[in-house]
Design a protein around this ligand. Sequence first.
Ligand code: MG
Ligand code: MG
Length: 257
Amino acid sequence: MIKYKTPQEIEIMREAAQIVSRTLGLVAKHMKPGVTPKFLDQLAEDYIRSQNAIPGFLGLYGCPSTLLISVNEQVVHGLPTERPFEDGDIVSVDCGSVYKGYYGDHAYTFEVGEVKPEVKKLLEVTKECLYLGIAEAKAGNRIEDIGWAIQQHAEKHGYGVVRDLVGHGLGKELHEEPQVPNYGRRGRGKKIQNGLTIAIEPMINMGTEKVMTLDDKWTIVTADGKPSAHFEHDIAVVDGEPVILSTFDFIYEALGK
Ligand code: MG
Ligand code: MG
């Protein structure tokens, strides 16, 4: 059952999302060759706790960390390690918070140093996919319209759209109904209505859409070892239109964009 939110609940969710946004802004400031995922994880945990919130992933489903940090061919769910980032890496950082009982959950894929042009293109197109998907999240449309828009754009560029992991409803639980796949058919799925709150999160691979799970039982990697990108925003449908509760502005500010 989909739990539609009141305007009051949506305002709390905006704050939860913004705590994540500010955390990712802090991460952006430190995203350099030589920095370790573990360092960023501690930084994020300390910051979230300083905001009267708690890390959203830590302890959930047995997750050992505040951030999920996925490098290069890692798609999502990478566990923070002591292995330093290197020049040319791309790094997806996914972060959750719980504020007044509601979840924020969003993600950005960062460039470390100088990244190859074809990898930059993957990041650019994946971010475009995110916003094309968000634009479809309006009252009267259907859930698969979101994935349809994402899939069309990604496949136009020859990229693979991950099938095994999807976006989701968001609220008092990190994963609520409905599932929000990044692929789909126009006009299919549940009708979108006011009060719907979802996380839209395209995971787009440079090569095959197929993925595998590493022996740590967490890290998802591309089956062909090619890079993968991931961007995520939290959305509420208000007055028939998608409202983005999270923001990349703190990241852009940190990166001087
Ligand atoms: Mg996430
Ligand atoms: Mg999510």
